[in-house]
Ligand binder design. Structure first.
Ligand code: ZN
Length: 412
């Protein structure tokens, strides 16, 4: 039990009355510093990524790689497992300094407590998984390009959708446990689990205990989070242990209510449908732009046709340019979902929490303080970069917009 001398961060913020998102002077200085660094890092990372691929194209790196792969084996699958890993590892090694600096910053600001060996192990595991999935995926994409030069993008898009859906489905059981430890929340926090379940039941949602998990996030980070993931048989709510440990029960209920909103409002399926739409446009534009570029520069870049391995850096550059310009669209959609989850969380906790709006504001204030969330990001930045509405907006919304129970769209 926390004594008067040692209150949890949630209890400390619960003693205040939040009227807007505010940071103490030293917190604000840190938030500004972190914000500046993150903006620079993200800009540098984006430009560097484009530049690297452009240099690889101009220096005819991939045509050489293709000749080497073809000299090793005539089988396309073997070639895929030479060309794709070589290219991805080259990009990963050249991009490593920026990744190192980003992790250094997270540690310096106290957001991460992950040791360097553990961080390197995570990077290696992620790279390994990416290489396996990407090699298989691209092997099939290149078969499609060779067999159906005009319509490959349509079949490729359909195939990509199956891969994305499969990844979302298996991630909670096969991929996430590679990076973090999970336990049933009922095992570590039985009391909290009971409270969360009865909140869910009160709004007509029966989330079984087996679908609520605790993630041991404190192994690596100090920040707070909770999320919904998977679908069908793997759909679940995950609460970080940092959240369960530091937030008061009413604050945790609000965070859980927000996550329940994602669950009840079918945000995973909506997200998949939205991804399907964006990737459809992406595949079509990639095909059009690639054909245009090859007609003009194919000879200079030593790329005979799009179906040759030598075209891979070009395809990657086009895909990453398109996804960069697609970010504002994807993030605007995500902020819309998050806003509706906020409305849902506020609405469902109103029946069990006294002054639910103030509790929600306290939870946001704490989230913002803990991650040194910048109070006044520019409009452009929010549109382009923010997957969630800025903390200041979320606090202003919960404090000024009493939501009615009608705002919920309960599961039939
Ligand atoms: Zn959310």
């Amino acid at each position: 039990m926390p004594t008067a001398a040692k209150l949890s961060p949630g209890e400390v913020v619960a003693r205040r009355t939040i009227t807007s998102y505010t940071l103490a002077p030293d917190q604000l200085r840190k938030a500004e510093g972190l914000h500046r660094t993150n903006v620079l890092l993200s800009l540098a990372g984006t430009i560097f990524g484009f530049a690297l691929l452009a240099i690889l194209i101009a220096t005819r790196f991939a045509p050489r790689l293709q000749r080497f792969a073809e000299s090793v084996s005539r089988r396309r699958i073997v070639q895929a497992f030479i060309v794709v890993p070589a290219l991805l590892l080259t990009l990963a090694v050249l991009g490593l300094p920026l990744d190192l600096y980003a992790h250094h910053i997270s540690r310096a600001y106290g957001l991460s407590v992950q040791s360097w060996p553990s961080w390197f192990a995570d990077m290696a595991k992620a790279e390994f998984l990416t290489i396996i999935v990407a090699s298989l995926f691209l092997w099939l994409i290149f078969i499609l390009i060779r067999r159906a030069p005009r319509l490959w993008w349509l079949f490729g898009w359909f195939f990509a959708l199956i891969v994305i859906a499969a990844m979302v489905f298996v991630s909670p059981i096969l991929i996430d446990p590679i990076f973090n430890r999970f336990d049933p929340l009922a095992k570590t926090n039985p009391e909290l689990t009971t409270q969360l379940r009865s909140l869910a039941l009160a709004s007509g949602l029966d989330i079984p205990e087996s679908r609520i998990f605790l993630m041991h996030a404190s192994d690596k980070v100090t920040t707070y989070n909770a999320y919904v993931t998977g679908f069908g048989a793997t759909k679940r709510i995950v609460v970080w242990d940092t959240t369960a440990r530091d937030l008061t029960l009413p604050q945790t209920l609000f965070v859980f209510g927000h996550e329940m909103g994602h669950y009840v409002l079918h945000h995973i399926y909506l997200g998949l449908a939205f991804t399907a739409l964006l990737t459809f446009i992406g595949f079509f534009l990639t095909q059009q732009l690639a054909q245009f570029a090859l007609a003009r520069f194919g000879q200079r870049w030593q790329i005979a046709t799009l179906g040759e391995w030598s075209s891979l850096p070009l395809l990657m550059l086009l895909a990453s340019l398109l996804s960069f310009f697609g970010e504002p669209i994807a993030n605007t959609f995500s902020r819309w979902e998050e806003h509706h989850a906020d409305i849902y969380g506020l609405t469902v906790t109103q029946s069990v929490t006294k002054n639910a709006a103030q509790v929600a504001a306290q939870a946001f204030q704490l989230l913002g303080e803990k991650s040194y969330s910048y109070p006044t990001p520019s409009r452009l930045q929010v549109i382009w970069d923010y997957s969630h509405p800025p903390i200041a907006d979320r606090i202003r919304f919960v404090l000024t917009n009493p939501v009615s129970a009608k705002a919920i769209d309960p599961e039939p």
